[in-house]
Structure formats: C-alpha cells, structure tokens
Design a binder for this molecule. Structure first.
Ligand code: SAH
Ligand code: SF4
Ligand code: F3S
Length: 440
C-alpha cells in the first residue's frame, strides 16, 4: 500500500452502547490532541473511525456496508480505522474482508491510535487488539469539553458470561478504575460545563475501589463522593447487574439527593428456566424482591430494563412469564431485543433456536406491553412540578428539550439555554415524551 498524507480531519462514528459512545469521545479528544480536527458536516474526512458494536448480528453487518459507503467516486477511500467491539472480536477477519480498512483497534487499546495512524500513513496496515494490563486511561488527554450531560466510564468488562453475550470476550474481565482518577475526571467534566454525569460500566454496580481515606468502597461510596462536587447537579449510573445491587447502593437511592430516581436493571426474561439457561444467576423472584427494596428506599423511582425474546428453547408459556414480569414491574421504559446468536457464545449452539417469525411476533407483543407501561408511568407524572435539564433546542422555534429526574424527555416553550435547569409543570404525556409548562 502506498504512503498516504497525514490526515488533517477526522470523523468518529459510534454505533454501540453508552460506553462505546464514551470511547468515541475519548478517541476524538486524542485525535484533536494530535492536531487533527473534526470534519465539518458536509466535509469529506481524511480519517474515519468506525466505532463498532458486536452485541447483535445486524450491528456487525452494518460495519461492512459502512466501509463500502465510504468509498469515494474516484475509487479512493479515506483512511479507515475500525474500532470498538467488532474490531476486538473480528479484527483479522475485517482486515481480510475489507481491504479499504487500514487500521483495526480494540476497545482496550485505542490510546495507541496515534501510532497506528503513523503506520498507516507510511503505507502499512495496522492492527492492535491487545488487552494490555496497564489501562488506556493513563494515556488519554485530560477532558476539556463537555455538554450539560456527560458520560464517565468507571468500570469495564464483564465476568458474568451470560450464555448469549459477547461482552466478556470483547471487553475482557471486570476492571474498576481508581477512585482518585474518577473524581479527577468528574471535576474536569464539571469544570467544562457538565451538570449531570452518568457513570458507565458493563456492570457498573460491580465497581469497587479505595476512597481518599483508604477505605474500600462500592459504587455507592463513589456516588456519595461525587455528590460533594458543588457544581454537579445530577448523578446517574448504568448498566447494573441484579447480583451486584448492594444494600448500600439501594440505600443511596433514598439518601443522596443528587442521585436521580432512575434505575436500569435488566432482567432479560421472566422464566426461571430461561434465566438459568442464560446463566443469569438470579431468578424472577429474587429480581422482583430487589426492586421492592429499591422502591422502599425511593418510592418514586423510574425503573428500566432489558429483555431478550426468543432465547433458544423459549416456549410460549415461558414467554408469557416475560410478559408477566413486565406487567408486574410496570417499567417506565425498556429495551427489548430478539435473541441474536453470537459466534463463540454457548447459546449459539443450543438446541431449540426459535424461528424468526415467532421472535418477531413475541417482540411485538412485549413492546406493546412496554409501551403501555411507559405511557402509564408518564401519565402518572402529569401535574408534577419538576426540573428539566435542558439538552438541546426542540424542533419548533422557541422549543427546548431536556430530561426530568426520571429520565423522561420533556419539551417546553420559553426562554432557556442548553445547560439550564428549568422548573416546569408536566402537562401532557405520551409513551416517549412529555410536555412541560415553565413555572414563573
Ligand atoms: N451488562 C449489561 C448489558 C450489556 S448488553 C447487563 O447485563 O445488563 C445490553 C443488552 O443487550 C443486554 O441486556 C441484552 O438484553 C442485550 N443482548 C446482549 N446479547 C444479546 C444477544 N445475543 N441477542 C440479543 N440481545 C442481546
Ligand atoms: Fe453480557 Fe451478561 Fe455481562 Fe451483561 S452481565 S455484559 S449481558 S455477559
Ligand atoms: Fe456493543 Fe461492545 Fe457496547 S458489543 S453494546 S459496543 S460493549
């Protein structure tokens, strides 16, 4: 391959979870530090980073079509780097299948992007999917910019090995970032304008570390310390695993005012047989008991979850148990997915794979139930006076969009700016958003 001029402009496209979005932001900051600037909206970037997700099949297929779409009319392509979880899982295959890709870099090694770019500009193809013992975080530039809401990865990786899931393979073992580093990064984000920080981890509530006084603390300890930052108004965290939901963390929901009344706690299925086959190591009943404790600590909490329909062997009666748990909980919002067999995971080889049309039909029924509960939750908040953190302009002139403490999208009309905390009364509700009237 011929040498290429050093890129002047970049574009980072992130396709995955919030942690993947966070990684995309950190890569952008790293490229900025290298003197490469973000390409404008209509500008052809010299360097494109496809920050991929491997969680379901279509996500991976999308990468290849995106690579094809980057091809210019004259047959050339920008410098393409494939990053993220598909890079980790299928790096060699991508290199073989997509000659236009010049760099492959995994989620634990993207701090090496500058070196990879140097190799690529010299005409070599570069791949780095190592999971080095020392973390990337020490090699990334300090955070300088933040919107009103910011992500902060506190924990990475997963040791749970649910039988359907690729994350333990693409992200590696559970690792917690040190307490002091997280407080420092949070201070930078708040200094740069963040009012709300969402703590991220594949199992964020498995976070543990040593606080400034040398005490071993869990996520609740970290949250309590972050709550002391005067200009930080809101703290959220995601995604939690039921087995790591400690008594301390539950108590924090009732005690830490800045911790928002929202909990994303995936259950995946309402059937104990399916949960066992998924290796979830919790039952439907133990999950419901947990939620009762959370609700006792914080009665107005908005609950959210993830579901998989059509796991191998799932019978109609077992699916009905999933509908049942969704009805029992009455989630404020939920994500639901059709089971997607992932290469290398135990469930992909299980007997009883479910036909696509059966999955489609079950997903539709589950989503109808979820949507009904979301609407009921939003309707129950009508009349409430609350605070909206403004994230952006709405579609109409004079309209603004932000989030309530319960993570509801709220639009309102009035004088405001991004980052404002605006007092509103909730006056209209749909399943996905609410309308607010500004209080005088
Ligand atoms: N660590 C988090 C979730 C990470 S993946 C947790 O355990 O809760 C996000 C969601 O994607 C999962 O909760 C699950 O609902 C879904 N998911 C993961 N693997 C999947 C697969 N093979 N097919 C369909 N959905 C999947
Ligand atoms: Fe995947 Fe299960 Fe780990 Fe969540 S807990 S990341 S679903 S293996
Ligand atoms: Fe996707 Fe990797 Fe996140 S597989 S969901 S980007 S951890």
């Amino acid at each position: 391959m011929r040498p290429t001029p050093r890129p002047q402009t970049y574009r980072v496209k992130s396709f995955g979870c919030q942690m993947n979005v966070y990684d995309g932001e950190r890569m952008a900051e790293l490229l900025g530090e290298q003197g490469i600037r973000p390409a404008g909206d209509d500008e052809d970037a010299d360097l494109v980073v496809l920050n991929t997700c491997h969680i379901r099949e279509k996500a991976a297929e999308k990468v290849y079509s995106d690579i094809g779409r980057l091809r210019r009319e004259d047959g050339t392509s920008p410098l393409i780097a494939v990053a993220g979880c598909v890079a980790q899982a299928e790096g060699e295959e991508i290199m073989a299948r997509a000659p236009a890709v010049r760099m492959v870099v995994g989620p634990q090694s993207y701090h090496r992007l500058p070196e990879l770019i140097a190799e690529a500009t010299e005409g070599r193809r570069a791949i780095d999917t190592e999971m080095p013992a020392e973390t990337k975080f020490g090699h990334l530039p300090a955070r300088r910019r933040a919107g009103p809401t910011a992500f902060l990865t506190v924990q990475e990786g997963c040791d749970k090995f649910c039988t359907y899931c690729v994350v333990p393979y693409t992200r590696g073992a559970e690792v917690s970032r040190p307490h002091a580093d997280l407080i420092a990064e949070a201070e930078r984000l708040v200094g740069a304008g963040a009012k709300e920080i969402t703590l991220l981890g594949q199992n964020v509530n498995a976070w543990s570390g040593e606080d400034a006084a040398g005490h071993q603390v869990g996520l609740d300890g970290l949250i309590r310390d972050l709550a002391k930052l005067p200009d930080l108004a809101r703290i959220r965290y995601t995604t939690s695993h039921p087995n790591d939901m400690s008594a301390g963390l539950i108590a924090a929901h009732g005690e830490v005012e800045k911790l928002m009344p929202f909990l994303h706690l995936p259950v995946q299925s309402g059937s104990n047989r399916v949960l066992k086959a998924m290796n979830r190591s919790h039952s439907a009943e133990s999950y419901l008991r947990l939620l009762e404790q959370v609700r006792a600590a914080r009665p107005d909490i908005a609950l959210s979850g993830d579901f998989i329909v059509g796991f191998p062997g799932e019978s109609e009666a077992e699916f009905a148990e999933t509908l049942g748990i969704a009805d029992t909980v009455g989630y404020a919002q939920c994500f639901s997915f059709k089971y997607s067999p992932r290469p290398g995971t135990p469930a992909a080889d299980m007997a009883g794979q479910i036909a696509p049309e059966v999955m489609d039909e079950r997903l539709q029924r589950l989503q109808a139930a979820i949507s009904r509960h979301a609407l009921a939750f939003n309707q129950a908040s009508l009349g409430r006076e609350t605070t909206v953190l403004v994230e952006r302009k709405g579609r109409h002139a004079g309209q603004w969009l932000g989030k309530s403490p319960w993570l509801q999208s709220v639009h309102f009309e009035g004088a405001a700016a991004v980052g404002d905390m605006v007092r509103v009364r909730l006056v209209q509700a749909g399943p996905n958003s609410l309308h607010g009237e500004v209080l005088g």
